[in-house]
Design a protein around this ligand. Structure first.
Ligand code: F6P
Ligand code: MN
Length: 331
């Protein structure tokens, strides 16, 4: 894919996108999102760490930074001329941008995932899911692209348009340049990132966790979905889960803004993502803000989680994409 004779550090995001078999509007859209992320990283570095005084519809307190990151992305998408509808984790409803769906894209995004970690200076990220046309309530399998930006010690951008997963880093000139192409994860891992309260685990998830621990896997959980997934993707080994919990059958993470795009990227890298019963990418969202349990990472580990759940949990599988009745108070 890279041109012979050029080192891969000279390949910037736009040029890499041009080498993919995708249309110009999608290239434009992804580069606009990448531009927006440069303003978001600047706000994280220098901005107000306080609360905005508002809550999102999950009952989570919005930070000034959540609101700012949301505005930055929204404005950029609004002016891009290639977007039909947008939907953000911080908004209550779909925002129509253009009534004309042809040649346009609809975008669901979590502007600042893990924002409650900003005050303790841990890594956070932006997650983006892209569909062709106007419809956002589709199974993740229909995405035409997904990406995330990780604001860690370095800022990196990971994207896929269905032709592998590629990593870029922001250099001192504020350009995203290629770090690695076609990232692959192994079939079985040695890391686990178990989300949610352990004393609320259901029997299958508890047995699965015990099994992993007996196998000697290492605990790696930062509390930020983007860095936790990034670690599994780039180390190439491991499983992240935020399972269904007792009293919280849909878990915490949101299907459209968080799970579908990450599942798309992890599948593109040869991994798997399941709600414990079926692939995340096959779930039909029935509402914008629906949640689902998730087990995501190495294929064999995800299959094993499903097996434990089948074996130990006789109750009917959780309904997909439902909004949880219980608010979970952290972003
Ligand atoms: O979107 C919410 C989020 O902050 C994710 O980044 C993270 O994986 C999860 O919640 C952490 O939840 P908890 O605080 O329950 O571990
Ligand atoms: Mn989030």
């Amino acid at each position: 894919m890279s041109q012979p004779g050029k080192t891969k550090f000279q390949i910037d995001l736009r040029r890499h996108l041009r080498e993919q078999d995708i249309d110009d509007n999608l290239i434009h859209l992804i580069t606009e999102i990448a531009e927006a992320s440069k303003y978001i990283i600047n706000s994280i570095r220098t901005g107000d760490l306080g609360v905005a005084g508002t809550s999102n519809l999950y009952g989570e307190k919005q930070l000034a930074l959540d609101v700012l990151a949301d505005r930055i992305l929204r404005k950029r998408l609004d002016h891009s001329r290639v977007v039909a509808n947008i939907m953000s984790e911080e908004m209550d409803e779909i925002i129509p941008i253009s009534p004309d769906c042809a040649g346009k894209y609809s975008v669901a995004f979590d502007p600042l995932d893990g924002s409650s970690l900003v005050d303790v200076n841990l890594a956070v990220g932006t997650i983006v899911s892209i569909f062709e046309g106007c419809d956002l309530l589709q199974p993740g399998r229909n995405q035409v692209a997904a990406l995330y930006v990780l604001y860690g010690p370095r800022t990196t951008l990971i994207y896929s348009t269905g032709n592998g997963v590629h990593e870029f880093a922001l250099n001192t000139l504020m350009e995203y340049t290629l770090l690695q192409e076609n990232i692959k994860i192994e079939s079985k891992g040695n890391l686990y990132s178990p989300g949610g309260q352990r004393n609320l685990y259901t029997p299958g998830v508890e047995a699965f966790t015990n099994h992993l621990e007996e196998r000697g896997v290492k605990l790696r959980y930062s509390g930020g979905f983007v860095p936790d997934i990034n670690q599994i993707l780039l180390k190439g080994r491991g499983i992240f889960y935020y399972p269904h919990l007792q009293g919280l059958p849909q878990g915490k993470l949101r299907l459209l803004f968080e799970l579908s795009p990450m599942a798309y990227l992890i599948e593109q890298a040869g991994g798997a993502a399941s709600n414990g019963h079926q692939p995340i990418l096959d779930l039909q969202p029935d509402q914008i803000h629906g949640r689902a349990p998730v087990f995501i990472g190495c294929k064999e580990d995800v299959a094993l989680a499903e097996e434990f759940i089948r074996k130990y949990e006789v109750e009917s599988p959780p309904q997909v994409g439902k909004k949880s009745s219980k608010a979970v108070h952290s972003n």
